[in-house]
Design a binder for this molecule. Sequence first.
Ligand SMILES: *[C@@H]1O[C@H](CO)[C@@H](O)[C@H](O)[C@H]1NC(C)=O
Length: 320
Amino acid sequence: MTLWFLLHVCATSLLAAAAAASVITSPRSLVLWHGLGDSHSSPGMLEFMKLIEEVHPGMFIHSVFIEQDLSKDRRAGFYGNIDDQVKLAAEQMSSIPELEHGFDAVGLSQGGQFLRAYVERYNDPPVNNLITFGSQHMGISDIPLCKPNDFICQLARRAAKSAVYSSWAQNNLIQAQYFRDPANYGTYLEAGHFLPFINNEVEEMRNQTYAKNLASLNKLVLVIFTEDKTVVPKESAWFGSEEISDGKGIARTLSNQEPLSTWESTIIPMREQPLYTEDWIGLRELDERGDVVLESCVGEHMQMSDCWKDLIVEYAGGPL
Ligand SMILES: *[C@@H]1O[C@H](CO)[C@@H](O)[C@H](O)[C@H]1NC(C)=O
């Protein structure tokens, strides 16, 4: 989903602020990974980078690209193999001198789970803070609803849902690779190419390196959009998911955690997920250390307005 900014930039006050800021040490570098429908240097991304430079003068910012060409890069958000894309991004990041001492990373929408995959699988150079906005850490369990009388839409939606775990879809459709259907959880575990692995959900394939690397983060900042109707369920941004209903998984691990009032009743919150309670990916270790930060932005998916600002000021660009 492309980035939306609802802001008015006052050029003169920004110039004054930049002149007043005295840069003593250069801030830690930053890596961005854009969302679906966007490209590494779309107008929205360029604007975002410009605004970040204004709050962190002198910051080096790299926007991950799969393709240099903007329309091809946009297309790569829909079509391709995520494992290959994350590998390519890892090679790219390791070749950039400004990143060699580590960096903070901001993942927008699906870019968030891709950067998490980078941390778990590569993390060389290492990520300090990982901040994800509206990401699908526990996948998506639905594609956006159709209008009641839109039969063409409904047919397409049904076809996509039934074929989502085909080998072709899992190798070629990005969104299929993080589709986590609670009514077909067994199929998801068997056929899913990306998310079941990155979440260490496949018992015999669990990789301790993933947990060790994720727990090595300084902070994991998870941002949910309160009115998100694009990501189903929106709580995926906070490692929430719908209850598994095909009997193939551990549905819920009871805990004393109060469900947050904004959560739907059928949503399993992060701290009740087996992934968390059994600590498959190091998330519990991070959280018990106080280093998982749950934040929210008011609005629809990726409606950033200026709620990004305090988070980027606080969690990005610290001293090296
Ligand atoms: C676990 O992940 C690491 C990092 O990606 C990789 O080097 C290693 O081969 C993996 N181990 C197994 C058993 O797949």
